[in-house]
Write a protein of this length. Structure first.
Lengths: 155, 155
DNA sequence: AAATCTTTGACCTTTACTGACCTTATTATA
DNA sequence: TATAATAAGGTCAGTAAAGGTCAAAGATTT
């Protein structure tokens, strides 16, 4: 395993973990040089590993003194639970949002890593695809996600 | 007589026996080259010899630096192991049998109480009833139960 | 002969990585 | 003070490197 992208991801996450602030600033060219790759490789890592879906926020500035700033996922608010539960009932349950939420719940130590993985596996379309219509999949995922969340909350 | 599939099976099991970890990683193309066969022959071996029913677990990643990971057979001492897993994919998955199974697994301390509850909640028909046909429910439950069980087995 | 098991190959999907070309901001200079 | 040079970062399409699927052909067993 361990692709270049994985190495860069790990490096950035370590930086984030150690940073006294809620973000880190990096230079794209410098980082690319450090890992002996083209600069756009850094964008690939940011797109695939530090996406909004995964709870990260990335902003940047071009030109001289340019930089890339990566924010760590922000702490869960009570409001976030509310939003998730609201989306469970109306039709627009989004598994990616749910996965993002799960990740945060895990990072805040509400659930174990294994529980997070268990719950996340319910959000993958592949299990449903051959058996139910696409529009039904979201509703089912919502129902099941609700069921397991309730188990956690009751505990 | 030893078929090619048998040889590959034996080779992989020897690797597993010797591995210091709970799994081995292989490259499909490399292995196929070693045994002078097409890559899909490897999938055949994995499907027929390293199935869940036989206690094995296989996961993989595509793309550059992809791999196939084979986990050692589960140490769970449950006699109807094979039957449970056989029933996961074809239509006759029985949630009650699965619930018993879960209980055993819990008693053997493979999973926590909360994990058991999480998994058990997937076995309840109520979540599915309004959305899918009765015959489909069993199949879905089977698929999802398989998915979460795999998470446990990998851990 | 029929059934079952093995092997193959054509075609598909996913993931990683690169490079050419583009946009934006700062800095130096005419 | 315009403006040119420089110094960032962004985009996107293309390529390569894996592994997956499925049906058909071939071999073996019953």
């Amino acid at each position: 395993m361990a692709t270049l992208a994985d190495l860069i991801e790990g490096y950035l996450k370590r930086l984030l973990a150690v940073s006294p602030r809620r973000y880190i600033d990096i230079q794209r060219r410098e980082l690319a040089a450090k890992f002996n790759c083209v600069p756009s490789q850094i964008n690939y890592v940011l797109d695939t590993r530090f996406s909004l879906e995964r709870g990260y926020l990335v902003e940047s500035k071009r030109g001289g003194r340019g930089y890339i700033r990566i924010y760590r996922p922000s702490p869960l608010k009570i409001d976030d639970w509310g939003k998730i539960f609201a989306s469970l009932d109306d039709g627009d349950f989004d598994p990616r949002v749910a996965a993002d939420f799960l990740n945060r719940v895990y990072e805040e130590k509400f659930i174990s890593r294994r529980e997070a993985k268990l719950m996340e596996s319910l959000l993958r379309d592949e299990h449903y695809l051959s058996l139910v219509e696409p529009e039904i999949i979201r509703r089912l995922q919502g129902k099941l996600f609700e069921a397991v969340l309730k188990v956690i909350l009751k505990d």
